[in-house]
Design a protein around this ligand. Structure first.
Ligand SMILES: NC(=O)c1ccc[n+]([C@@H]2O[C@H](COP(=O)([O-])OP(=O)(O)OC[C@H]3O[C@@H](n4cnc5c(N)ncnc54)[C@H](OP(=O)(O)O)[C@@H]3O)[C@@H](O)[C@H]2O)c1
Length: 275
């Protein structure tokens, strides 16, 4: 009892759990993990020998006061159903599934539920974890979530109807930024002056510094642009191309992701039998 359980040790669940342990957000011996393929926990167990590995979902359920469900989205309903018989009365279930709405989770589990939207960049202690609680979650549960995730980045509590857009900006965006930078690197390589790794270093260092400067000095976007892109200069030409093309690109990007959210949520509602 009183332990924190994690079901699912994949890309996100594994990254999140290791980041939380590394940051000291919870003691190793207070954590229990269960993964469908136990072999995938081998090197993790060697690194964190005090973490308990559960023999089954029921074994984990009976020992935990709070449980993170980190499986692929279509496995959440069966996992929640399998947890139910063993869960203590006051259990707190935390789902990291982007497209499973609170009312779907509540249709299976009538207790304390939190939805969080983690981000891969918590691996380096950065980024924002989005959080939304149902009305059964108590102050101490909120505090636990806020305290733990503020050790691996920022925490932002939001209304559930804002989750999709916010998730695009926090959880999906590391992939978007990586794709943007990758495109820039690939095009720059074609000039033949530098190898890919040299260009990558130039691009990453400049991008990191730009973000740092914007964050740490409070300079706004237009302020920085006007400092770099002086009138009639070279940078100004580049900024003009971006300002011409990017609004349509980002408009399309958010239109397709928001459509995908809608489509996925509908499929999940059908899986849970919720209108
Ligand atoms: N990837 C991201 O950046 C990200 C960001 C925010 C939220 N999310 C959400 O995180 C969730 C997981 O995504 P992911 O990218 O981590 O997927 P993933 O890499 O496929 O990981 C899923 C994990 O769940 C395990 N699993 C599946 N069914 C299980 C069961 N019945 N019992 C125990 N373990 C089970 C899998 O075990 P096996 O080892 O047997 O396959 C695997 O380790 C999704 O709902 C996704 O929406 C992901």
């Amino acid at each position: 009892m009183n332990k924190t359980g994690f079901v699912g040790f994949g890309n996100m669940g594994g990254t999140m759990l290791k980041a939380l342990l590394k940051a000291g957000a919870m003691p190793q011996d207070q954590v229990i993990v269960f993964n469908r393929t136990p072999e995938k926990l081998k090197s993790f167990s060697e690194e964190y020998p005090m973490v308990n590995i559960a023999a089954s979902i029921n074994d984990l359920a009976t020992k935990c006061e709070r449980i993170f469900i980190c499986t692929a989205t279509d496995e959440v309903k069966p996992v929640l159903a399998a947890l139910m018989p063993g869960l203590p009365e006051n259990a707190h279930v935390i789902s990291i599934a982007g497209t499973i709405e609170m009312r779907c989770l509540e249709s299976v589990f009538d207790g304390k539920i939190t939805r969080i939207m983690p981000t891969m960049i918590s691996e380096v202690g950065e980024g924002v974890t989005l959080v939304c609680h149902n009305n059964k979650v108590q102050a101490a549960d909120r505090e636990f979530v806020n305290d733990a995730f503020s050790k691996i980045g920022k925490v932002k509590e939001i209304l559930e109807d804002r989750f999709d857009l916010a998730a695009d900006l926090t959880s999906c965006s590391p992939a978007f930024y990586a794709a943007i930078l990758h495109n820039l690197v690939e095009i720059a390589v074609q000039y033949g002056y530098f190898g890919e790794s040299e260009i990558k270093e130039l691009v990453l260092s400049t991008c990191y510094g730009t973000t740092k400067l914007l964050t740490e000095t409070g300079t706004d976007f237009t302020g920085l642009i006007s400092r770099v892109a002086t009138k009639g200069g070279i940078s100004e030409e580049g900024v003009r191309v971006l300002n011409d093309r990017l609004p349509a690109t980002f408009d399309e990007l958010l239109a397709v992701t928001m459509d995908k959210h809608r489509e996925s949520k509908q499929m999940i509602r059908e899986q849970f039998g919720v209108e």
